[in-house]
Design a protein around this ligand. Structure first.
Ligand code: PEP
Length: 249
């Protein structure tokens, strides 16, 4: 049985006032909640772990450096993320692959750094609209998986998030058949590389314009073990119904 995970990516949104959203979310969790991981900006990591102390909500960062410490102005290390009490870190989000020119090799190195600090890596992959239109989706996804995941992947240290770039923040969502095709492909690729035990145990999240209105049909897809949610994770009133939908599976 793979864990169900509802992860929220706040991106560069949120100040101390936003911590009330974590209280509201914690108060409204369903009886048997899935795993809930909120990834606020790094300025809020310590306060977010304090705010969720005693609740099942876990906290994650949105990136980390490959090194543990050093002369890297503006960056934070996996060690620092873990020091805040966070348990997860998003790596290789398409916004970082694009704006910060992060390569698969960078993501792989960051994943190793995250593991060394005891964090679970949420590794993001996804095709652009041009790549989908050119029928390259599965090739792109396969290449990103091969290049971004270190050999020592297991179900405790890694979560994979499939996020078609063209669906992020756009309100456009792939068809259920498209989501199923890619998630089945990822599952088969993981089994081929890591063996049936690890390949079948790794959680696969879908991300890209998930809302309460589409969550139920997305979560019903085989090999979708939850979601990585951007915009709809900022407010507890939007995210709570997504968490509740996942709790049914
Ligand atoms: C994301 O940024 O990871 C994401 C999925 O964003 P949104 O839900 O807003 O599309």
């Amino acid at each position: 049985m793979r864990p169900k995970i509802a992860a929220g990516n706040w991106k560069m949104n949120g100040t101390a006032a936003s911590l009330t959203e974590l209280h509201s979310l914690a108060t409204g969790l369903p009886e048997n909640p899935p795993q809930v991981v909120i990834c606020p900006p790094s300025t809020l990591l310590f306060r977010a772990t304090d705010a969720t102390h005693g609740s099942p909500i876990q906290i994650g960062a949105q990136d980390c450096h490959t090194e543990g410490a050093g002369a890297y102005t503006g960056d934070i290390s996996a060690t620092m993320v873990a020091d805040s009490g966070a348990t997860h870190v998003i790596l290789g989000h398409s916004e970082r692959r694009d704006a910060h020119r992060e390569t698969d090799a960078d993501v792989q190195a960051k994943t190793c750094a995250a593991w060394a600090a005891g964090l679970t890596a949420i590794v993001c992959i996804g095709e652009s609209e041009a790549q989908r239109d050119a029928d390259q989706t599965l090739d792109v996804i396969g290449g990103q998986l091969d290049g971004s995941l270190p050999d020592a992947v297991d179900a405790e240290n890694t979560v994979i998030a499939y996020e078609p770039i063209w669906a992020i923040g756009t309100g456009k969502v792939p068809s259920i058949a498209q989501i199923k095709e890619v998630h089945d492909f990822i599952r088969a690729r993981l089994i081929k590389r890591f063996g049936a035990e690890i390949g079948n145990a790794l959680p696969l999240l879908y991300g890209g314009s998930v809302k309460a209105a589409n969550a139920v049909e997305i979560f019903a897809v085989e090999n979708v073990d939850g979601a990585l949610v951007g915009g709809a994770s900022l407010k507890a009133e939007d995210f709570a119904p997504i968490v509740a939908a996942l709790a049914q599976y």
